[in-house]
Design a protein around this ligand. Structure first.
Ligand code: PA5
Length: 446
């Protein structure tokens, strides 16, 4: 379902080097499949699509139906990193671009919190909750992450104050099966809970209840999402140079290691994929950026960003390559009309679809960027829907495992994210951090 075209890289790499990197990627594929590489206790995501039980899908749909019976019109999804980006990506991609302005009813608005520590954002969330009939999904695998914990304390209090005894029906937790503060609280309060499997890391968790529950609550078809992921799981389970995940891993590692391309820009010509870029950046950034190695993942939306970052991509330092996610077919049709005055001189486009202009902009950009020294990979899906999203999620996860092993790093840990937390806890004077608080204060006084 997900196709790849690496033709836009051919003028930058030697065929023999590419073959060499395909061999490396196939060796990495073997490690991923044999499950004997670094971090191999975090491979539960590999067979999630085909092994998701009907009961789990049904349980997500049951929460949706229960909250519908309470006329809930606002669901606050609390989580950070892998605990929100997949759901945010899917909901943004599948929603009407102007759903809010159109005030479409029938499904609750899903908003996200606990992914920042902004007081203004929090206060504005409270403003919103006061106006609406609110429920909350709190997602934290560890149950101890500061950002979602702060947000949940505030949202929980609002729900308890407003809905009293019904509060526990309006809060669902997605967390570890047995450990952590959120698990303990859920048991105490009688919240419905969903489990993030032990062997699935946050950034690989979109096809667990972490993603499935919010996506279902937003009114989308999680059965179709899983069906697309299952097809992709099958399609990628072949040890072959033709495997799109092997090709992607081989080419991006070749561009990075042999051609000095240390930045990969994920490009979409559809604004609905803005958060695909955010989800993908976390997946690849946290999986590969370690041991002083890794491709820096960036993302843009064209043609919008051709009028800002396009200058840099065309003409700035030659350190990047692009991976364009092509959507082959638009779900909607708009044809450009003819105008008798033709002051804008656009009559040459009369009768053409807007998407035709987009496709020509995409092709023109490809040629221009290749001429400017930017290799281009292309990942294609038929159209944006639940099924293709499921496929693209699985594609990028599987390719990420292969790519990180090709690079020689553990794809499934994230030691670097601890550094800021230690400093923050010391500065916040968290109990247990007394030594670090003293040291950091001394450092700041110098
Ligand atoms: O990929 C990861 O593991 C991280 O980004 C986590 O998802 C993120 O830190 C949130 O962690 P938790 O779900 O434990 O609150």
């Amino acid at each position: 379902m997900v196709k790849i075209n690496i033709g836009g890289c051919s003028s930058f790499v030697k065929e023999s080097d590419y073959k060499n990197y395909v061999e490396k990627a196939l060796a990495a594929y073997d490690v991923l499949e044999a499950e004997n590489g670094a971090g191999n206790d975090f491979l539960g995501w590999k067979h999630l699509p085909s092994e998701t039980p009907e009961e789990l899908v049904k349980a997500c749909e049951d929460v949706r139906d229960d909250w519908k019976s309470l006329n809930i019109d606002l669901v606050v999804v609390i989580g950070i990193g892998g605990s929100y980006l997949g759901a945010k990506c899917a909901i943004e991609a599948l929603s009407h671009s102007f759903a809010r302005e159109l005030r479409k009813s029938g499904t609750p608005d899903v908003v996200f919190a606990g992914n920042n520590l902004s007081e203004e954002y929090t206060a504005e969330l409270i403003d919103l909750m006061k106006e609406r009939n609110t429920a909350c999904v709190v997602i934290s695998k560890s149950g101890t992450t500061t950002e979602p914990a702060v947000a949940f304390r505030i949202v929980k209090k609002h729900i308890e104050d407003v809905y009293g005894a019904e509060a526990s029906r309006r809060i669902v937790a997605v967390t570890d099966a047995s450990r952590g503060a959120l698990k303990t609280l859920s048991t105490q309060e009688g919240y419905r809970t969903f489990i993030v499997p032990d062997n699935v890391g946050g950034r690989f968790s979109v096809l667990t209840p972490v993603g499935l529950l919010p996506i279902a609550l937003a009114g989308f078809d999680i059965r179709a999402l899983l069906a697309g992921a299952i097809e992709e799981e099958k399609a990628l389970a072949v040890r072959c140079e033709c495997n799109p995940a092997v090709k992607y891993a081989a080419m991006r590692n070749l561009l990075y290691s042999e051609c000095g391309k240390g930045i990969e820009v994920l490009v979409s010509f559809n604004p609905k994929f803005q958060y695909l870029g955010e989800w993908w950046k976390q997946l690849y950034g946290e999986s590969e950026g370690k041991d002083c190695k890794g491709i820096y993942p960036a993302s843009v939306i064209y043609t919008t960003d051709l009028h800002s970052l396009g200058q840099f991509v065309q003409d700035g330092s030659r350190t990047m390559f692009e991976t364009v996610v092509t959507v082959e077919n638009s779900n909607r049709e708009v044809v450009i009309g003819s105008d008798p005055q033709n002051l804008d001189q656009l009559n040459y486009l009369a009768g053409k679809h807007v998407e035709h202009c987009n496709a020509m902009a995409q092709l023109g950009t490809k040629l221009a960027h290749i001429d400017g020294g930017v290799p281009q990979l292309e990942i294609s899906i038929d159209r944006i829907n639940e099924k293709t999203l499921g496929a693209i999620f699985y594609f990028f996860e599987f390719a990420c495992g292969i790519s990180a092993y090709t690079l020689g790093v553990n794809p499934f840990n994230q030691p670097g994210v601890e550094a800021y937390k230690k400093n923050m806890f010391a500065l916040l004077e968290k109990p247990g951090f007394e030594e670090q608080t003293k040291a950091i204060k001394e450092r700041l006084e110098k």
